[in-house]
Write a protein that binds this ligand. Structure first.
Ligand SMILES: Cc1cc2nc3c(=O)[nH]c(=O)nc-3n(C[C@H](O)[C@H](O)[C@H](O)COP(=O)(O)OP(=O)(O)OC[C@H]3O[C@@H](n4cnc5c(N)ncnc54)[C@H](O)[C@@H]3O)c2cc1C
Length: 551
């Protein structure tokens, strides 16, 4: 089997030579290197390679190639090798130039490129190689070739084998799955001997037959039984808000434990690229962000208890008592609730496959420039959907709001209903639902169903925004924790006067109706549902924790 390919294309011989030198000196032992001067030759080569079943890891292209934008060529590359990472080489002098930034944004938004990188300076240019390493890591993770990858072997894709993959995903643990009958599955089983399936083989070589979720967490050294202990701070939930609270709490000397019913990262682990988080100019996968934050908190001294659900919370004389589904109990000086929320899913498989490629849960504001001049569909009839429709209508050619109910009035404030109805390029389709759709790498159509007649209609759509409600993970909380109508935890100045009476003081920022229990991130009423906001709230909560513990 030949080495995976790194291909660079540039019609300027001197610039191409500089890139080739860097590629050969650093990557030749592990990758095939090829440098060409025309897009046509490059596409021919890619076609041959992929027909031969060979892998292409990375394609780099000049900003301009044969008088056309290099991003056009990189867009073509995806036809042959959809897993290859594609990056535009830009001149250092173009960094910060508005037109270059706009062109990169558009090319990324339209899926023609994955990244950009500044052309290499004379060696050693560690920044160039740091960027290339991150592209190659993204490719390796997508191809399940990352180091320390766990092997999973099962008889079918579904059932317990699927559950194991799901748990590993929630643990942000790189893994790859093989059917037992496949060549790769047989190769793994040859090393383990006959075993009960499904099984997993850890990077250490340890084999586990049909492990429980807790076994998986324990095997990665990530399981702690916190019961019976007392901590300054118990954080419930290990998404971005909980991880941030852990970093700040532990680094500021608090004895801290984070408990999660899954593992690290929360919702963020399902994001393939977070592009709007400060400091990650080329984006970062949610899993990688979570892994980094976990290690940061761990080294500061935070402890983690995974695969353990918090089921009980009460304020007792000696502190706040947190009950676990294992039957264990932990006592805390203060608690941060960071249990997040999940968007209700639409449940249409072909559309779930296009999540992030034209199909979005919430997040309308940041995606708006993407849909300029295009057809957009919003599913949902609450205020969030109304606001998104008005916002997107300023960009899109046409916005169609699809609701199951007979009218918008059922779920939307009347001022918004008027705004929606008064916007010429918004159409509302009542009594309708989205039942299908698809596209080649990006959404291009939806199938709508009229709920009364059952009639199906195929409509063109470039963007689908699903705003069918976020469900906070708060069902387990006692009734004494005040929540809004949707179940989000009410905090701080939004608590009624009762809280002042009970506490004998004003509630602190992010403090819930139980003194000493704070909320951070998506679970909090009024929170902005973003990674950065969750991280911010996690850190702010720690300031209140210090004040609470000092009392
Ligand atoms: C697909 C997708 C893509 C996204 N992309 C972006 C993006 O590009 N940019 C951006 O800014 N935002 C994005 N978001 C939103 C962002 O991920 C969330 O705003 C953020 O994760 C919220 O963090 P959190 O810590 O408040 O909650 P969560 O991430 O929801 O984490 C909550 C954690 O609490 C745990 N938990 C829940 N209940 C219990 C319990 N009873 N006991 C123990 N543990 C419990 C859960 O297992 C989970 O790990 C995206 C969201 C999704 C779903």
């Amino acid at each position: 089997m030949s080495l995976p390919l790194i291909l660079a294309v540039d019609d300027d011989p001197a610039l191409l030579a500089a890139v080739e030198r860097e590629l050969r000196t650093r990557y030749a032992p592990d990758y095939g290197i090829c440098c060409l001067s025309t897009p046509a030759d490059a596409l021919d080569l890619l076609e041959q390679r992929t027909q031969a079943g060979e892998d292409v890891a990375l394609v780099l292209a000049a900003e301009e190639l044969a008088g056309a934008p290099g991003s056009e060529f990189l867009g073509e590359v995806a036809r042959f090798c959809p897993h290859a990472q594609r990056a535009l080489l830009i001149g250092w002098e173009n960094l910060g130039v508005p037109e270059t930034g706009d062109a990169i944004f558009e090319a990324i938004a339209q899926g023609r490129i994955d990244h950009y990188v500044v052309r290499p300076a004379p060696p050693p240019d560690e920044q160039f190689h740091q960027a290339l390493s991150s592209f190659l890591l993204a490719w390796a993770e997508a191809r399940r070739r990352a180091s320390h990858t766990i092997e999973v072997v099962g008889e079918t894709w579904s059932g317990r084998a699927y559950e194991l993959r799901e748990v590993l995903g929630r643990c942000a643990m790189p893994h790859r799955f093989h059917l037992a009958g496949s060549e790769e599955g047989q190769a793994v089983l040859a090393g383990t001997g006959p075993r009960k399936l499904p099984l997993i083989v850890m990077p250490t070589g340890a084999v586990m037959e049909d492990p429980s979720n807790t076994d998986i967490a324990r095997s990665a050294g990530k399981e702690l039984d916190p019961s019976g202990d007392r901590y300054d701070l118990v954080i419930v939930g290990c998404g971005p808000a909980g991880l941030s609270a852990a970093v700040y709490g532990a680094s500021e000397g608090l004895r801290t434990v984070v408990i999660d019913s899954g593992s690290i990262g929360g919702q963020a682990t399902s994001s393939s690229s977070i592009r709007n988080y400060l400091g990650f100019q080329r984006g970062i996968t949610g899993a990688e962000l979570a892994r980094r934050a976990f290690q940061q908190a761990w080294v500061f001294g935070a402890r983690f208890a995974f695969m353990q659900q918090v089921t009980h919370l009460s304020r007792e004389d000696d502190g706040i008592v947190v009950g676990l589904d294992t039957g264990g109990v932990v006592v805390a000086g203060a608690v941060v609730l960071a249990t997040g929320a999940s968007y209700r899913r639409l449940g249409v498989d072909s559309l779930e496959a296009l999540h992030g490629a034209g199909v979005f849960y919430g997040a309308a504001a940041s995606e708006a420039p993407l849909v300029a001049g295009k057809e957009v569909v919003i599913v949902g009839g609450a205020n969030s959907a109304g606001q998104a429709a008005v916002h997107l209508a300023a960009y899109a050619e046409r916005v169609t709001v699809v609701i199951r109910a007979a009218s918008l009035e059922a779920g939307m404030s009347s001022y918004l209903v008027h705004q929606v109805e008064g916007t010429p390029n918004i159409e509302v389709r009542t009594g309708t639902e989205v039942v299908g759709g698809g596209g080649d790498g990006w959404l291009d159509h939806l199938v709508l169903r009229d709920r009364s007649s059952g009639e199906l209609e195929k409509v063109g759509a470039y963007g689908l925004f699903l705003m069918i409600g976020a469900q906070p993970h708060t069902q387990w909380l006692p009734p004494t924790v005040e929540r809004d109508a949707a179940g989000f935890v009410v905090t701080g100045s939004e608590l009624g006067d009762d809280a002042v009476g009970t506490f004998g003081r004003r509630p602190m920022v992010q403090e819930t109706s139980i003194a000493g229990v704070l909320a951070a991130g998506d679970v909090r009423h009024g929170s902005i549902k973003r990674v950065a906001s969750a991280v911010g709230e996690g850190s702010i909560a720690i300031q209140s924790v210090h004040r609470l513990l000092a009392v």
